[in-house]
Design a protein around this ligand. Structure first.
Ligand code: GLP
Length: 241
């Protein structure tokens, strides 16, 4: 694991955008794995700026998102479909046919999950997977558990995740109880992984991820087993390292 500690959220976002820009400049048809949440908002804003300045181009890029809530329509303001369109896809020239976001809105979820994994494989695999970090160590929506699933699947959200994400909804009752997420195998198969974390609230999760024992009870700790992981954290998130 390579860890870069930066001053603050803005530096984290710029540093991460530079990593993506270097990839897109060397590989125009790169396959990106994308994350949602508050953490990558600054990164996406920076990528949009770089696109407008003609530093990067998304014409041939393919994007796979990590996860999506169950039970929210794609146009719901808290759905990850809406988030991605709002923060990135509507603002750059990525082709609609090259955008993949898991969806629970089909009759046969199991088939949809297998299809999602097949599409990732067919694309040649993810070149760079962006990750945020849950306060409980989740990656995507892979919650702490005795066993983790390798492939895309439906998951029951942990109590802490529901509480944590309730800030985006009117009440905690409005937070969906389930989600569809890429599994840890899908994440670990990415050629490179870049995880971002900012703020003191993430400090303990960052410590366990980088220095703790590898355990399914802290899904991000599994990243210690991947050969090419870059962690970009700000000073507050790195305060327990
Ligand atoms: C969310 C998402 C994750 C995200 C994490 C942290 O629930 N499923 O992909 O990385 O939790 O979110 P935030 O960046 O808002 O702290």
């Amino acid at each position: 694991m390579e860890t870069i500690i930066v001053k603050n959220y803005d530096e984290m976002s710029s540093e991460a955008a530079n990593v993506i820009a270097r990839l897109l400049q060397s590989r125009q048809n790169a396959v990106l794995g994308l994350a949602t949440g508050s953490t990558p908002e600054g990164l996406y804003a920076r990528l949009v700026q770089m696109y407008e300045e003609k530093v990067i181009d998304f014409e041939a890029v393919t994007c796979f998102n990590l996860d999506e809530y169950a039970g929210l329509s794609p146009d719901h303001p808290q759905s990850y479909h809406y988030y991605m369109n709002h923060h990135l896809f509507n603002k750059v020239n990525v082709k609609k046919k090259n955008i993949y976001i898991p969806s629970c809105g089909t009759a046969n979820i199991e088939t949809a999950c297998r299809e999602y994994d097949r599409k990732i494989k067919e694309s040649g695999g993810i070149d760079l997977q962006i990750l945020g970090l849950g306060v409980n160590g989740h990656i995507g929506f892979n919650e702490p558990a005795d066993q983790l699933q390798l492939n895309t699947h439906i998951v029951n959200l942990a109590k802490e995740t529901i509480e944590e994400n309730s800030r985006f909804f009117s009440t905690e009752e409005d937070v969906p109880r389930q989600a569809i997420t890429m599994g840890v195998g899908s994440i670990m198969r990415a050629k490179r992984i870049m995880l971002l974390a900012s703020g003191g609230k993430k400090a303990e999760a960052v410590r366990q991820m980088t220095c703790g024992k590898v355990s399914t009870r802290h899904p991000a700790s599994l990243l210690q087993l991947h050969q090419n992981v870059l962690i970009i954290v700000d000073r507050e998130a790195a305060s327990l390292l």
